[in-house]
Design a protein around this ligand. Structure first.
Ligand code: SF4
Length: 64
């Protein structure tokens, strides 16, 4: 799995961090997403898919 984020789309809702806190973080000053791990391990894949699904800005892309 390869994860990319579009920080320009992010609205800082934090859904990604809620679902996959090992893979996503938010910048302290404005809440924009920060990608911690672009190649998460298999056991985190489902959480990352959920994060992408629940992101209201569709700012998370996944290549399986
Ligand atoms: S869920 Fe989407 S909009 Fe919300 S912080 Fe994460 S990337 Fe940004």
């Amino acid at each position: 799995m390869k994860v990319t984020v579009e920080q320009g789309k992010c609205v800082g809702s934090g859904q990604c961090v809620l679902h996959a806190g090992d893979v996503f973080d938010q910048r302290d000053n404005d809440g924009v997403v920060v990608l911690l791990n672009e190649n998460p391990p298999a056991e985190q894949a489902e959480s990352v898919r959920e994060a992408a699904t629940f992101c209201p800005a569709m700012a998370i892309q996944i290549e399986e």
